[in-house]
Design a protein. Structure first.
Length: 198
């Protein structure tokens, strides 16, 4: 995909939502709408304060509509003087089907669709995550954007934007800047799916 006619003068920072009770218990969350716990709210406040101190000039705040992401965005936004501009369905976490709410094995976490029914394919979350964030950048050209989303989706977007597997876990409420050139260099037609397997 060419970046010739795109305004990539802004920036895109992704933040995974703060901790939830299911995170603490190592349960699969997926698209289940599990709220933040008090630790998660404190994490979001701390992140917002840190970003405010850095004075990076963020202008736009968007989020997944799931409550743990939306509340994280609202808390961060309060520290930055920003309101959530919009929520995007494409930023929702991977759907884990019958695995949601369970503490599944290490083997099943690596390939949940081989063990449980109704699990969204890794390819699907990869493609929709990248395409949604490409659309967000197009919608807010040249602006400094924060998008609050979920761990699996963020890891796939990081893999796409960096052109190699991002194997490091994504911590709760930690901001990660996405290289826009890398994000728009990726296309579904021209790039293979990174497997996520070590």
């Amino acid at each position: 995909m060419t970046t010739e006619h795109l305004d990539l003068s802004g920036s895109l920072t992704l933040i995974r939502h703060g901790q939830t009770a299911w995170n603490k218990q190592h349960l699969m969350q997926g698209s289940s709408d599990i709220p933040l716990n008090e630790v998660g709210r404190a994490q979001a406040v701390e992140t917002g304060q840190r970003l405010r101190e850095l004075n990076l000039g963020f202008e736009v705040l968007v989020a997944s509509p799931l409550s743990r992401a939306l509340e994280t965005a609202q808390i961060v936004g309060k520290e930055l003087g920003l309101e959530v501009s919009e929520t995007f369905e494409g930023l929702i976490e991977r759907h884990y089907g019958e695995a949601e709410g369970l503490d599944i094995s290490v083997e099943a976490r690596a390939e949940p669709d081989a063990f449980y029914e109704g699990v969204e394919s890794e390819r699907s979350v990869y493609v929709r995550g990248v395409k949604t964030l490409q659309d967000v950048v197009r919608q807010y050209p040249g602006q400094r954007i924060i998008a609050v989303s979920h761990g699996s989706l963020i890891r796939r977007v990081l893999s796409a934007a960096h052109g190699k597997e991002w194997a490091t876990p994504v911590p709760n409420a930690q901001p990660l800047e996405i290289p826009l050139e890398g994000l728009f260099a990726w296309s579904e037609e021209n790039e293979p799916l990174l497997t996520g397997k070590k």
